[in-house]
Ligand binder design. Structure first.
Ligand code: FES
Length: 250
């Protein structure tokens, strides 16, 4: 396959950035999208040019490191897939693809396709965990959890924090991410002692980071490579209201 790639090149956060055209020639349909970019980078390095910066780690759709816009779609056109798991056979010989970084105020561009997603880490640090002693495996097995709750919590826990939800939302809202993180613990017995504090802290941290508000567009659900449901946003709103009544602002 031969493709034309228009890739966002930006040397540093202060650089203005621009789209640069590259030709990807002799690409195997069995290559992943990142392997295709590796061939572009190999050629750039051989010519003594700066390779295209993009994030990746597991390349198995697990870690959430990778992610950029492919012709306006977060992680590309295939539903429920990270860009590292997207294969070139889903494109057509001769296609022109535009690769751009996530665009959001809370995700400043570091270089080329790499953005600073530490705002998501700060949200988790604000309370997206269980710090009380929940015992070991035998105690966990002895705590009965309704099957539906366990299933929904597991689905929410599939969020890999890639930021596609933010990048695809016209408001750059992180509500799907925060909804998933709040839901996965609010539905389990181990998450109950810190349930209200967690909902309040995560929402406060999300607002402080400069993410926008949710206006129920559902683009986040459509773009999510783990197909996290927007029902988690509704649950987050309920959790936040519940916590606000129990802990009114002073
Ligand atoms: S590199 Fe880990 S999810 Fe894509």
């Amino acid at each position: 396959m031969n493709l034309t790639l228009k890739i966002w090149r930006q040397k540093s956060p202060k650089d203005k950035g621009r789209l640069v055209t590259y030709m990807a020639k002799g690409i195997s349909p069995d290559m992943s999208f990142l392997e295709m970019l590796d061939t572009i980078n190999r050629d750039l390095i051989l010519k003594g040019d700066d390779p295209v910066a993009f994030e990746h780690d597991c390349r198995e759709g697990i870690c959430g490191s990778c992610g950029f816009m492919v012709s306006g779609q977060a992680h590309g056109p295939l539903k429920g897939t990270t860009v590292c798991q997207l294969h070139m056979r889903h494109f057509t010989d001769g296609d022109t693809l535009v690769l751009e970084p996530w665009r959001a105020k809370a995700f400043p561009i570091i270089k080329d396709l790499v953005v600073d997603r530490s705002a998501l880490d700060r949200i988790i640090i604000a309370g997206g965990f269980v710090s009380v002693d929940t015992g070991s495996a035998p105690e966990a097995n002895a705590l009965l959890t309704p099957k539906d709750n366990a299933e929904i919590a597991m689905d929410a826990a599939a969020c890999i924090g890639c930021g596609a939800c933010v990048a695809s939302c016209k408001n750059a809202s992180a509500m799907l991410f925060v909804g998933a993180k709040v839901s996965q613990l609010a539905l389990l017995p181990q998450g109950q002692p810190e349930r209200e504090r967690r909902a309040l802290s995560l929402v406060t941290s999300m607002d402080d980071a400069g993410f926008g508000n949710c206006t129920n567009e559902s683009e986040c659900e459509a773009a999510c490579p783990k197909e996290i449901s927007v029902r988690n946003i509704a649950r987050l709103n309920r959790e936040f209201l519940r916590a606000s009544f129990s802990h009114p602002a002073k």
